[in-house]
Design a binder for this molecule. Structure first.
Ligand SMILES: *Cc1c(COP(=O)(O)O)cnc(C)c1O
Length: 369
């Protein structure tokens, strides 16, 4: 392969050259007016992308660090959480809660399908002890985008609503304040076009009250430290300076296009992927009623070895797709991302390579309909 591999994966996603360039410059010290100006700038930009008036705090960790921060800062051992699963990342919420001895009520929507809000409502009514509901905007393992606005209506105003928007942010529509979300977490390596290493978290006023009440043990992930430091435009520990400098550039790119335009581009690109996939005679895994703009899951056709397919795409064509995750989906689906800096040209090259490798593996398009 002469060119670099093209990542069509839902994290990490390709990092545009203008972002790589700013990150390669000599780094400033983090406790200087120069770096504080950058922190101020990214703080404002993140609020726009989260659609919130609240401060968005920055952690040096992968996205899961912010998920764990949400759990330990909101809930105390013995308290009850409702966890919407429906995929690997929904299950991660439950795993983190159990690690901190939070009592978990599982809600298990069928994978790849929309959320049955009426059943969620019944579950919430049945368990008045539920203090927080954990969900996912885009369940990256299946390509489902959950109806978060509808979820708030279903659970009523009382429980805190915590949303993992790690892959959904900047790809699928999201409105933290408008939809009544109490806590949003995200990460750098998906729609924000950065390398992995930064995580973000924003909390509503009433979620902050819980942070002061939680008796869970915490140190690095203590949001009270982050809140205090942020008042001085600072972070409690050394931040990933280069990544934050890259973030300023990424937010500029998003701002220049406009967030609505970015979301519309992702939607159009995802729709064109789904159309081409169906045109090739392949079958989509995810119900089109709830398909994310950021990732499309495709069933590995009968007679094709899913792992071999991805390996050959990588080795022979320099195209990196994601496989299925977990026992349920490993080898059964592959996933194509349409988030961040992935554009029509990358998708065109990727889909052509897919068709080529599939044919060379003996697969013949069976056109439906
Ligand atoms: C990528 C992803 C995560 C995990 O993020 P890490 O950065 O690997 O910790 C969590 N949730 C969702 C929905 C994701 O897509």
């Amino acid at each position: 392969m002469v060119r670099d591999p093209i990542l069509l994966t839902p994290g990490p996603t390709p990092v545009p050259p203008e972002i790589r360039q700013v990150m390669a410059r000599p780094i400033p010290h983090h406790r200087t007016p120069e770096f504080q100006a950058i922190l101020k700038e990214v703080g404002a930009g993140l609020k726009t992308v989260f659609r919130t008036q609240q401060d968005v705090l920055i952690f040096t960790s992968s996205g899961t660090g912010a998920m764990e921060a949400a759990v330990v800062n909101l809930l105390s051992p013995g308290e009850t959480a409702l966890v919407i699963q429906g995929g690997k990342f929904g299950e991660r919420w439950a795993e983190i809660c159990r690690a901190y001895r939070i009592s978990v009520v599982e809600f298990n929507p069928p994978w790849g399908k929309p959320l049955d809000l009426e059943s969620v409502k019944q579950e919430t009514t049945k368990n008045p002890s539920i203090k927080a509901v954990f969900s996912t905007l885009c369940e990256t393992s299946t390509g489902v985008v959950f109806d978060i606005k509808g979820l708030r209506a279903a659970i009523g105003p009382k429980p805190l609503l915590v949303v993992d928007a790690i892959s959904g942010l900047g790809a699928d529509p999201f409105d933290m304040d408008g939809w009544g979300v109490d806590v949003t977490v995200s990460g750098s390596q998906k729609g924000l076009m950065l390398p992995p290493g930064l995580a973000f978290i924003a909390l509503s006023a009433r979620a902050w009250e819980q942070v002061d009440r939680s008796t869970s043990g915490r140190y690095y992930l203590d949001l009270r430290l982050a809140r205090e430091a942020w008042k001085e435009t600072d972070t409690p520990f050394t931040p990933a300076i280069s990544l934050i400098i890259g973030l300023a550039e990424s937010l500029k790119i998003i701002q220049k296009k406009g967030l609505d335009q970015v979301l519309a581009n992702n939607r159009n690109l995802a729709e064109s992927v789904r159309k081409t996939i169906k045109g090739l005679g392949l079958e989509l895994y995810t119900d089109p009623a709830c398909s994310s703009n950021g990732v499309t899951s495709v069933k590995v056709p009968a007679g094709v070895d899913g792992k071999e397919l991805l390996k050959r795409l990588r080795k022979e064509e320099g195209i990196v797709l994601a496989g299925g995750q977990g026992k349920e989906l490993a080898g059964k689906i592959f996933r194509i991302a349409t988030m961040g800096a992935i554009g029509p040209e990358e998708i065109r090259v990727g889909l052509a390579a897919l068709e080529k490798v599939l044919s060379s593996m003996g697969w013949k398009a069976v056109l439906h309909g």
